[in-house]
Ligand binder design. Structure first.
Ligand code: NAD
Length: 249
């Protein structure tokens, strides 16, 4: 039990096969009280109920500061404080540079990057008041290798922005004993691809993975657990690859 008596908020944790819900299940199994924050309120409530008693599911659009603030207020009212924040919510889109319109650029930046800032801003003061905390942020191998997996260049840019933001927050809030780290998964089998991952794309990606399989949500949940727990007490500003060896260099 690595998270006994800890409280955690996880964004983008309502989708059934997603990384966020796999993480919520693992955190709950390790003793944490979990708040599932998702733009899909009904799914968030249902997912929280599925974790057992004591957990909560709330609507939160991470790209909207007021929505983040009300979610944080509700989490603090329910749990009394927060130890762990997982900035996991994200959206992607498989388009090429010349096809990115302004609305798509804004949507991808808003959810993937601005959402990390907003949700961190509303929870950090509570972590400061508690004397510390752990924030884990979702980036992607797309940030490191310039896409070439599924998401377009705007997704690579947004997820690269998360790396810079998280490292800067790690520096700024280290003195408050708040650790901030990132995960950079390769292709994980969830519904984020919305049925647009073709068999040919899949075969091509598999050719570049030494471990010979795509990832699953539990592979990433395990890294989030490590970053949330005291096992990583002296780790901050780190980026942990979860990609089957796709980026060995
Ligand atoms: P998913 O689509 O299953 O989950 C994403 C969740 O985010 C959903 O529950 C969705 O409702 C929620 N969401 C979307 N917009 C939101 C918003 N504005 N506010 C709050 N919640 C919102 O996908 P997933 O694969 O589990 O993705 C989780 C994270 O992992 C994302 O940030 C994604 O970019 C990242 N990621 C995924 C992969 C992959 O291959 N699946 C690889 C690297 C990184």
């Amino acid at each position: 039990m690595l998270l006994q008596n800890k409280t955690a908020a996880i964004s983008g944790a309502a989708s059934a096969r997603g990384i966020g819900l796999a993480t919520a299940r693992l955190f709950a199994a390790h003793g944490a009280r979990v708040a599932i924050l998702d733009i899909d309120e009904a799914a968030a409530r249902q997912a929280a109920a599925g974790l057992g008693p004591g957990h909560i599911g709330l609507r939160c659009d991470v790209a909207d500061k007021a929505s983040c603030q009300s979610a944080a207020d509700a989490v603090i009212a329910a749990f009394g404080g927060i130890d762990i924040l997982v900035n996991n919510a994200g959206v992607t889109q498989p388009v090429k540079t010349l096809d990115i319109d302004e609305a798509s650029w804004d949507r991808i930046q808003d959810v993937n990057t601005k959402g990390v800032l907003f949700l961190s801003q509303v929870f950090i003061p509570h972590m400061q008041a508690r004397g510390g905390g752990s924030i884990a942020c979702m980036s992607s191998v797309s940030a490191q290798r310039g896409g070439g997996i599924f998401g377009g260049p705007h997704y690579s840019a947004a997820k690269a922005g998360v790396l810079g933001l998280a490292k800067a927050m790690a520096r700024e809030f280290g003195p408050d004993r708040i650790r901030v780290n990132c995960v950079t998964p390769g292709l994980i089998e969830t519904d984020i691809t919305g049925g647009k991952l073709t068999e040919e794309m899949r075969r091509e990606i598999l050719r570049g993975i030494p471990l010979g399989r795509l990832g699953d949500a539990a592979d990433v949940a395990g890294i989030y657990l490590f970053l949330a727990s005291d096992l990583s007490a002296y780790v901050t500003g780190a980026v942990i690859d979860v990609n089957g060896g796709m980026l060995i260099h």
